[in-house]
Write a protein that binds this ligand. Structure first.
Ligand code: DUC
Ligand code: ZN
Ligand code: ZN
Length: 455
């Protein structure tokens, strides 16, 4: 199957230029000012950007939290991803206590079968011991070169000593660990204080975990990374203070990778005053406008990539909290809307260039997570994961039109400028005029050790 993309503005690897792109057998075969070749299909990309398929570094599909399972599995989540231009997700395979990493990886491979976008896995580990250490090389041999640890959540939390040991071992092997940075003990104490005062409404979720709860976790991770002489990745950074801690560590010479999410660029904590505030219960919580501004400024250089932390729950699932914010399943749906939100709130606003958007949504993740140049760039020989992005299309986000399997969206009613008009997944034309026309074309992405872009 060959496809010729004509007259688009290619935005890739820091530059933009007009060219045609010819794709065959799932691979980019030619890029030239004018390609005169027969193709099975022709896409006219005049007035549109031709970009490397976006990579979402942070999704939770089919995740069992114990009380409930995320509303999106790989079938629905990956379909929503592709319509939003995400051709690869890195989902968190989760090693529950008592399980091996291999068990978790096998389970996640099964869950992901038939996905509409490509997928790779970070391994989220809930315990760290000699047995788990022995599995790291085997994970790498199976294409898993990044891991995650949580400082919070009773079922997942690991202590600082374990984070230190894990960082030491995995970094020697060229792997990267992402850490959910919050101070567990203080958070528990604050939740108990609020409950004792009868403060259980959704807005107290944000009160229970203010900026300092994240910043302390980030500062601690920075020092643990320094002691372990390891690079560290802060997942879903949301605060000015957390960003400052990371900057300080970099100024000391440390290698720090930062991820943020659209919710910390677009929304703020006023959402917790709304009637459907449960849908904004996610961790980290939504922040103040000054944090939004700091994170937005950080996109210019401090922040390396933007993932969604897609972790969707229906309103019925959110109601499991039964009026107690600390029991509401944490997370929101975002996998479909990342590119259009970043385009609207960061590019159209004049804060970042379209070239920077390409880095933040695809290229940097491809490099740091060991997929480059197979993915993350428009180059001859790279996979034909391609987004043809119309920068002028305006529409309003709604869960009713989103493909995710969830009766709410944190972005409900927001007008965005920009739409992924056409999307190719492994050379297959999967989205036409904004509509998903091909499902199930995703493949497992076997990842190498990443490029240490901040070394
Ligand atoms: N935060 C969420 O909101 N959901 C899933 C996990 C997390 O850390
Ligand atoms: Zn997290
Ligand atoms: Zn997450």
């Amino acid at each position: 199957m060959s496809i010729l993309i004509r007259n688009g503005l290619i935005v890739s690897e820091g530059r933009s230029y007009l060219a045609d792109v010819y794709v065959d057998g799932g691979i980019i075969k030619e890029i030239a000012p004018h390609i005169d070749r027969e193709a099975d299909e022709l896409i006219d990309a005049r007035g549109m950007y031709v970009m490397a398929g976006f990579i979402d570094t942070h999704t939770h599909f089919d995740l069992d939290l114990g009380v409930t399972v995320t509303a999106d599995n790989f079938e629905t989540g990956s379909a929503a991803a592709v319509v939003g231009g995400t051709t690869t997700v890195l989902d968190f395979a989760t090693q529950d206590r008592g399980m091996t990493m291999q068990d978790a990886l096998d389970v996640w491979h099964k869950k992901a079968q038939g996905a509409s976008c490509n997928y790779g896995f970070h391994m989220a580990v809930s315990e760290w011991n000699e047995e788990r250490e022995k599995e790291v090389k085997s994970m790498m041999a199976q294409g898993v070169t990044s891991f995650k640890m949580y400082m919070v959540y009773d079922s997942m939390k690991v202590d600082d000593g374990k984070i230190y040991s894990a960082l030491k071992l995995t970094s020697e092997l060229g792997c990267l660990i992402g850490v959910h940075c919050e101070n567990y003990d203080v958070l528990q104490a604050r939740i108990a204080e609020l409950k004792a005062e009868g403060k259980t409404a959704p807005k107290y979720h944000a009160v229970s975990r203010p900026n300092a709860v994240e910043a302390e976790g980030v500062a601690r991770l920075m020092r643990i990374g320094e002691l372990a002489k390891a690079p560290v990745w802060v997942v879903h950074l949301s605060t000015l203070e957390g960003l400052e801690e990371a900057r300080r560590a970099r100024a000391r010479g440390q290698e720090v990778y930062l991820e943020t999410c659209p919710q910390y660029l677009v929304l703020n904590d006023s959402e917790y005053e709304k009637d459907d505030a449960e849908k904004f219960i996610m961790s980290p919580p939504l922040r103040h406008d000054c944090d939004k501004k700091a994170i937005l400024d950080g996109l210019m250089g401090d922040i390396d990539f933007i993932g969604t932390d897609h972790c969707s729950f229906t309103m019925e699932q959110k109601a499991l909290g039964n009026g107690d914010f600390s029991k509401v399943p944490n997370g929101g749906a975002g996998v479909q809307n990342r590119a259009e939100l970043v385009h609207t709130y960061c590019v159209k606003s004049g804060d970042i260039s379209i070239e920077r958007m390409a880095e933040l949504l695809s290229e940097n993740a491809a490099k740091i997570f060991g997929m480059y140049p197979q993915k993350g760039c428009i180059r001859v020989g790279s996979d034909a994961d391609i987004v043809i992005f119309d920068p002028n299309d305006e529409h309003v986000i709604s869960y009713k039109t989103n493909l995710h399997n969830c009766d709410n969206s944190p972005y409900e009613g927001i007008r965005v400028v920009g739409r992924c008009k056409h999307v190719l997944v492994n050379g297959v034309h999967a989205v036409r005029d904004g509509l998903l026309t091909e499902r199930g074309r995703g493949k497992y992405v076997f990842r190498k050790a990443g490029i240490r872009t901040r070394k």
